[in-house]
Design a protein around this ligand. Structure first.
Ligand code: AMP
Length: 110
């Protein structure tokens, strides 16, 4: 079972930010900015590429609810989802990184 499925089952602890019947948001263990949250579906999909559009659609509403909950919806935030080897995706369970809490830099991708 993948590490995020274990987090969903509470076999591994996490710092929850928001949850509903379909999705979970929790703090990244290795934050890259003052706010760094991971948002995952409770059903396992490997990445954005292999996820049904309906899941992505529902997930976008949940992500907006997370942004509102932590009050970054007005000042802004960044969403990132890594897909496959060239992106450096480490955990093969669909997740969006919600990064915020500072003026974020851009670039240095290669
Ligand atoms: P990615 O490279 O897009 O697959 O990102 C995986 C993310 O999962 C990284 O930012 C890790 O810091 C994070 N991560 C790995 N294990 C845990 C964990 N147990 N709790 C919270 N975040 C984790």
């Amino acid at each position: 079972m993948c590490i995020f499925c274990k987090i969903i089952k509470a076999e591994i602890p996490s710092k929850k930010v928001l949850e509903n019947s379909d999705f979970l948001a929790f703090e990244d263990i290795n934050p890259q900015a003052p706010i760094h949250i991971l948002i995952i579906p409770k059903v396992h999909y490997e990445s954005f590429e292999t996820s049904p559009s309906e899941v992505i659609s529902k997930m976008s509403d949940f992500i907006k609810a997370v942004a509102k909950e932590i009050k970054v919806n007005e000042n802004g935030y960044r969403l990132v989802t890594n897909i496959g080897e060239n992106s450096g995706q480490e955990v093969k369970h669909l997740h969006f990184h919600l990064i915020a809490g500072a003026k974020l830099k851009w670039g240095n991708f290669i």
